[in-house]
Design a protein around this ligand. Structure first.
Ligand code: ZN
Length: 749
């Protein structure tokens, strides 16, 4: 526990460290309740020329046993050691070696920060400020050092001893029942990336040859007996390593890459250099115990942590305000990886649904904060959807603004310019400005202004001049501490679709063609006029969700149905269907609540039927298109005075209506998509199951006995968790119908 009241930390108060650490030699002797840690730090003053600086090292619940400076013990009046700080008021103003001995109790560490035990396994978690619970240290990310770690333990208790880097020595401790291992990590890193593991662990091993021909050993460590459930994680890791070489030119740099899966872990997973530590739910999977969604999640998390090797580890954050620099960028990278491994459209729709459900809500509430906060009391409270998911959207917008080639050039420059450094958001964005010649000053507001921008679009066609005029206005709502906002840079990817369903050329009034279809809104209000348009087009705005905004564009139902059927952008095809269904469900919720009847929308049902019949669409996409907005989506749209019963009833009624209307093709698809061969969690199998189970859900919603029999048969016959769960999940539909029909009955007290 820290005894004093934590004071707010402010970005504007950042100062470079007074002291740097070149190397850290750790000697850790593991014991369940009294682990001895000897740390030898090679320190040197940073900069010099200024006033002599005291040395102040961070600690947390530490007890000091010994302290030496250049081999000589310090006198009691030369330092002050408390549980949370070690101060040497007048250290020599030159490089010196400081030896610190502390003792920690991993068994009593229930915070799971620092060195602790997960069952009988010793492991560490140092992000954000856990290293100071192991030894006294300048525990801030801009102090990067080369670590050598010697670990010693009872052979019987901890036959496996792991730390960051490459193994350089191992053996028995003569005359004892103990053994040791020495690991050396040649890449300078901040203390939050330090890791150590000791215990009885089994491992699965594989190899990977990097693009320059280096052989890397890959190991996943798990509790003995769980090895067979690591195969998907290993396969995901190898694909992530190859993808990062191709997509970003990032090659792995050590001789070995290790993942350890433990059952007690605060976060999902942690990217410690060369030694990722995972909550085992993001590693272990088998067809019997994991769904397709679990398999996808494992693939994404394994990739995310691996990608940190370059975005986070090789280039780290100068301070914790820059957290989005590693997290937003790495989320963007893992989203792109999943898009390439699976369906790009489905990945994007899933990411946006998550963003709206989590981040938009955060941005609209009392906890709204910028992607890069300017003040914190406790950094652990800032691992938020805004830093991660909106942070990823900001990187994506840079790509939209620059185009893929210049974006890649900017990333290459970032890796080249800042490798081995602790960087800032400004330095990151500067790389893209430098390769493109674009000024990104106004764009920086995405990092400093909280709140979801709202854009209103109004289109009008002028027949005599054959032109289409688009009026756009933008605003950002007030958020806590930010009552007024400046206009943002909003990159809106746009299409104007002709009556034949094809995109029209986007020629602006000055004769210029809009590059990649990207309109950039920078002022509060702007008007764009497109010429050479022979008939009124249907606009498709914010394609691919190019900007993370709330867009209001009042399109009539006919235009939405047209977009759902013809838009070349699959995201907006899905969005059009969602908008149509949401409008209907909001109306029907109000009607049911008022004792009226639900309205039918034949046009929507026909459009859904056309999507189902379109053989050119990916099954996973069709499944998403046929899935109606969820109860929470509808509630969010209604906003206030929400009646969950009425929403549930409206949604159940619409699902039943879709199931009735499309019964024949739904049954056909269900049969056609039946599994042949063993379960495979790959993109094709996952997509097939998703569509098949969506068909089943809509059919069971009708309550037809033959549909219920299908679900029953699938539940009993399924050879995998996905199909079994999906069949089971249809049961509440039947219950829901029963509930609707009994709604008018008097309440029994
Ligand atoms: Zn991360």
């Amino acid at each position: 526990m820290r005894t004093e009241e934590a004071r707010p930390v402010r970005l504007k108060d950042y100062r470079p460290p007074d002291w740097l650490v070149d190397t850290v030699e750790l000697d850790v002797s593991l014991e369940p309740t009294a682990t001895r840690v000897r740390a030898t730090l090679a320190l040197r003053p940073n900069g010099g020329g200024g006033a002599p600086a005291p040395l102040v090292l961070d600690g947390d619940e530490l007890s000091l046993r010994a302290l030496k400076l250049d081999g000589a013990a310090l006198a009691a009046d030369e330092f002050v050691a408390t549980a949370d700080r070690l101060t040497i008021a007048q250290p020599p103003q030159r490089p010196f070696r400081l030896e610190i001995e502390t003792v920690v109790d991993p068994s009593a560490n229930t915070q799971l920060s620092g060195l602790y035990r997960s069952g009988a396994i010793y492991c560490t978690q140092c992000e954000a400020e856990g290293f100071r619970r192991i030894t006294y240290f300048p525990d801030r990310p801009d102090v990067m050092a080369v670590y050598t770690t010697r670990i010693e333990a009872e052979k019987a208790d901890a036959p496996v001893l792991l730390a960051n880097g490459n193994l350089v020595a191992a053996g028995d401790v003569a005359g004892t029942s103990r053994h040791f291992a020495v690991w050396h990590d040649p890449f300078p890193k901040p203390s939050y990336l330090f890791a150590l593991v000791g215990g009885k662990l089994a491992c699965v091993e594989d190899r990977f040859r990097t693009k320059s021909g280096r052989d890397v050993t890959l190991r996943i460590y798990v509790e003995p007996g769980k090895e067979a459930r690591c195969l998907h994680a290993m396969d995901s890791l190898k694909r992530a390593m190859r993808w990062d070489e191709t997509a970003f030119g990032c090659e792995y740099d050590l001789d070995i890459f290790m993942i350890v899966a433990v059952s007690d872990f605060n976060m999902g997973a942690m990217e410690n250099k060369g030694l990722n530590i995972f909550n085992d739910k993001y590693v272990l999977a088998s067809a019997e115990t994991a769904t397709d969604t679990d398999f996808e999640r494992i693939e994404a998390v394994i990739a995310h942590e691996y990608f940190h090797n370059w975005t986070g580890n090789r280039i780290t954050c100068r301070d914790w305000f820059q957290l989005c620099l590693k997290e937003g960028l790495t989320v963007f990278r893992d989203q792109e990886f999943s898009a390439d491994m699976r369906s790009r459209a489905v990945e994007r729709i899933g990411d946006v649904r998550g963003l709206r459900a989590m981040q938009f809500v955060e941005d609209a509430g009392p906890l709204a904060h910028p992607v890069r906060p300017e003040v914190y009391h406790e950094i652990n409270n800032f691992y938020t959807a805004t830093v991660y998911e909106k942070g990823a959207e900001v990187v994506r917008m840079i790509k939209v603004l620059l185009g893929p080639e210049k974006f890649r050039a900017g990333m290459d420059l970032y890796f080249e310019r800042h490798d081995g450094e602790a960087a800032t958001v400004e330095q990151f964005v500067r790389c893209f400005a430098d390769v493109s010649g674009m000024t990104l000053d106004q764009f920086m507001r995405w990092y400093s202004q909280a709140g979801t921008p709202e854009v209103v679009a109004t289109g009008s066609y002028d027949a005599p001049s054959k032109s289409y005029r688009l009026d756009l206005t933008q605003s950002v709502p007030a958020t806590p501490g930010q009552p007024t906002k400046e206009p943002m840079v909003v990159p809106l990817t746009l299409g104007l679709i002709g009556r034949d369903g094809r995109d029209l050329p986007l020629k602006l009034g000055d004769g210029r063609t809009l590059e990649r279809g990207v309109l950039t809104l920078t002022k509060p209000t702007e008007t764009f006029v497109f010429g050479g348009i022979d008939a009124p087009p249907v606009p498709s705005l914010n394609r691919g969700f190019s900007a993370p905004i709330k867009l209001t564009v009042d399109l009539p139902a006919d235009d939405l149905r047209f977009l759902a059927a013809h838009d070349a952008d699959p995201f907006n095809r899905w969005q059009a269907l969602q908008t149509l269904a949401t409008r209907l469900l909001v109306d029907n919720t109000a009607a049911l609540r008022a004792g009226g009847a639900a309205r039918e929308d034949a046009g929507l049902l026909d459009t859904l039927g056309a999507v189902l019949a379109d053989g050119a669409l990916e099954p996973a996409f069709v499944a998403l298109a046929l899935t109606l907005p969820g109860e929470a989506d509808i509630a969010r749209e209604i906003g206030r005075d929400v009646d969950p019963d009425a929403i549930f009833a409206a949604r159940a009624a619409l699902r039943a209506a879709v199931g009735m209307k499309l019964a024949v093709p739904l049954f056909e698809h269900y049969r056609r998509l039946s599994e042949s061969g063993p379960y495979r969690p790959d993109a094709a199998g996952t997509g097939r199951r998703a569509l098949r189970n969506t068909c089943l859900d809509l059919l069971v919603a009708t309550g037809r006995p033959e549909a219920v029999a299908l679900a029953d048969g699938q539940y009993r016959g399924a050879d995998n968790m996905t199909d079994r769960m999906a069949a089971l999940a249809t049961c509440p539909s039947a219950a829901g119908r029963w509930r609707i029909s009994t709604r008018a009955m008097p309440t029994i007290r």
